[in-house]
Ligand binder design. Sequence first.
Ligand SMILES: NC(=O)c1ccc[n+]([C@@H]2O[C@H](COP(=O)([O-])OP(=O)(O)OC[C@H]3O[C@@H](n4cnc5c(N)ncnc54)[C@H](O)[C@@H]3O)[C@@H](O)[C@H]2O)c1
Length: 256
Amino acid sequence: MRLKGKTAIVTGAGSGIGEASARVFVKEGAQVAVIDWDESHGKRVADELGDRAFFMKADVAKQSDMDAMANATLERFGAIDILFNNAGVSCVGTLHETAESEWDRVMAVNSKGIYCASKAVLPHMIGKKAGCIINMASGVSVLGLAQRAAYTASKGAVYALTRAMQVDYCRFGIRVNSIVPGTIYTPFVEGYLQRHYADNMEKAVENLKKRQLSGTLGTPEDIAYAALYLASDEAKYVYGSGLVVDGGFSAGKIFD
Ligand SMILES: NC(=O)c1ccc[n+]([C@@H]2O[C@H](COP(=O)([O-])OP(=O)(O)OC[C@H]3O[C@@H](n4cnc5c(N)ncnc54)[C@H](O)[C@@H]3O)[C@@H](O)[C@H]2O)c1
């Protein structure tokens, strides 16, 4: 019960890492607003979580949706202690191959989404001089990966913004950290593999596994437990960090 009595908002909680995080947060005693723009997925998760969760359909890139999300959470639970800015979309391609509309879509969800959601909850956290914001970065925030121009730009912004937010809000007792995952097997990665390696998914997964020192892909729970740590009081001295959870992807390479 590491989050007993706390209230959390998890964006993109209808699938993958967000879903696992909402489940872990509830299991650890929190009340959770399950936010997703996909109604069927988000509703299913909230229904399964029971009384300590509710679903709201919202687009993180729309300020009016995020204001409504903050108001609905305050109305239902009376407080917002934790905001997990997890929602995100992927995009494959070099810069010159990326259509302007794709660039705008990825930056809108992955980067502006954090601005909109945080802007909506910060007045409440500032008012009570306490809060915890967790932003979803990525291994590509710090390490180049082929064919990820827009996605990398959007996640680099998240990584940098986390520190800027931390500097501004530490005086209000608000901690702001990011998580830097490696490859986590979720519908996000599965969809990518199906689009690009439909004829040999098994081989593609094996190749992905070899990139990590662990020799495995991460699970949504691996990231959910990192989010739990950052959200809990155990992380009360963790400020402005980028918590790497990547099976050793960024630590080094094995040559054999
Ligand atoms: N899976 C990985 O390997 C990996 C690695 C690094 C970072 N990440 C990041 O982790 C986060 C979650 O990824 P995942 O793998 O669980 O993906 P996922 O596709 O399984 O889940 C993402 C969820 O976000 C929701 N969403 C997308 N855009 C939204 C919007 N505008 N408003 C509200 N909801 C929206 C989707 O409907 C979906 O339910 C993303 O930010 C992703 O970039 C994932």
